[in-house]
Write a protein that binds this ligand. Structure first.
Ligand code: NAD
Ligand code: DAU
Length: 355
């Protein structure tokens, strides 16, 4: 079996569902259920004996030690993190606690467990650290996309905390020999995406006739990847990646934020027309994010060359499935909106357009 951390979050829950469908091997899912963790995402696994959910903190060494000793996983896939850049600007402490100290605790627990394994299991064990392209900083308009050797230049408390965790993972491989893999992925979108991030926020706001808050001039560029393609890439790297290596994962799909918002509006106009007019009428430019990175783009050729991975979905297919998923799951959206999410929106957009 494998131990997954953060498996009730957006990407983690997609990964657990995908893993059980594609691989079928049992999963221990350790998640603290912060505001971003949602067990509803895993409803279909309620009676699935292959999924063992544990509510707990990756920073709780005694708990992690116990889970490793009891379940004896052959790998740890580490998604758990504070993941939202805007929240990291308002309150960086939780980011240092979970992303840096939590990853440190997990690495130490993994090292203690791994070093006691019998020879064959020791050689096969993997620690897969899921990270982000944001650690590389921001690109100019004509710069080539980030490769794995691009210097680390994190600009937000979130990306700085993820960069720190990447460095810890690297050091645990080089110093202790822990067989670690790191993947740095671009922006994901898809089902179960918490509506504080750009794409799901635009969908749920548009559906309820609320303003669509675009930061600054809307010309910041992100490289969007359908979440199931990220899950497939993690599976491939976990199975065939070389310990100590890092692999960039991206969608070859750079878009400005304004293009993204217009695409979402056009799809909603087609699938759920609003008698009041095009959803694009709701677009509202708001104050920019402090330190807002201008452009991210991933060069994912290493992963393709060495392990044969390429995204299966294009942006056109992925975004259509995503918008349709939100239209088909009003109950999920309503439940998310009735929780802490609302308080967060009220604070963050106080006096602005998005609340
Ligand atoms: P998310 O915020 O949706 O989910 C994070 C999950 O981690 C939640 O279920 C939360 O409850 C859990 N968690 C938080 N603190 C914890 C702790 N101390 N102990 C145990 N569990 C804890 O995040 P996401 O978007 O699914 O991102 C998952 C991972 O992928 C993160 O490491 C993130 O940095 C990385 N990543 C995300 C993206 C993206 O576009 N969302 C892109 C690249 C990399
Ligand atoms: O690049 C990978 C990263 O992508 C991940 O590591 C992070 O965990 C994930 O949250 C995401 O970070 P971003 O900051 O790029 O995602 P977000 O959805 O918050 O914002 C995407 C872009 O949209 C960004 O340029 C800011 C802008 N934006 C965002 C929100 C929430 C707006 O214009 N308006 C908004 O209301």
């Amino acid at each position: 079996m494998i131990l997954v951390t953060g498996g009730a979050g957006f990407i983690g829950s997609n990964f657990v569902l995908d893993w059980l469908e594609q691989v079928g091997e049992s999963v221990v899912n350790l998640d603290a259920l912060t505001y971003a963790g949602n067990l509803r995402n895993l409803d279909v696994l309620q009676h699935d004996a292959r999924h063992h959910f544990v509510r707990g903190d990756i920073g709780d060494r005694a708990l992690v030690d116990r889970l490793l000793a009891e379940h004896r996983p052959r790998a740890i896939v580490h998604f758990a993190a504070e993941s939202h850049v805007d929240r990291s600007i308002h309150g960086p402490a939780a980011f240092v606690r979970t992303n840096v100290e939590g990853t440190f605790t997990l690495l130490e627990a993994a090292r203690a467990y791994w070093s006691e394994l019998p020879e064959e299991q020791r050689a096969a064990f993997r620690f897969h650290h899921v990270s982000t392209d944001e650690v590389y900083g921001s690109l100019g308009p004509t710069d080539p996309p980030f490769t794995e050797t691009h210097p680390y230049q994190p600009n937000s408390p979130y990306s700085a905390s993820k960069a720190a965790s990447d460095h810890l993972v690297r050091a645990w491989f080089h110093t202790y020999g822990l067989p670690a893999l790191t993947t740095n992925c671009s922006n994901n979108y898809g089902p179960y995406h918490f509506p504080e991030k750009l794409i799901p926020l635009m969908i749920v706001n548009a559906l309820s006739g609320k303003p669509l808050p675009v930061y600054g001039d809307g010309q910041n560029v992100r490289d969007w990847l359908y979440v199931k393609d990220h899950c497939a890439a993690v599976r491939v790297v976990l199975a065939h990646g070389r310990p100590g290596e890092t692999y960039n994962i991206g969608g070859w799909n750079e878009k400005t934020n304004l293009e993204i918002v217009h695409t979402v509006c056009a799809l909603l106009d087609e699938l759920r027309p609003d008698p009041a007019g095009s959803h694009a009428r709701l677009i509202t430019f708001v104050q920019d994010r402090p330190g807002h990175d201008r452009r991210y783009a991933i060069d994912a050729r290493k992963l393709e060359r060495e392990l044969g991975w390429r995204p299966a979905d294009t942006f056109d297919t992925g975004i259509r499935k995503t918008v349709q998923w939100y239209l088909d799951h009003p109950q999920w959206v309503a439940e998310v909106q009735s929780g802490a999410y609302r308080d967060w929106l009220a604070t963050h957009y106080a006096g602005g357009a998005g609340a």
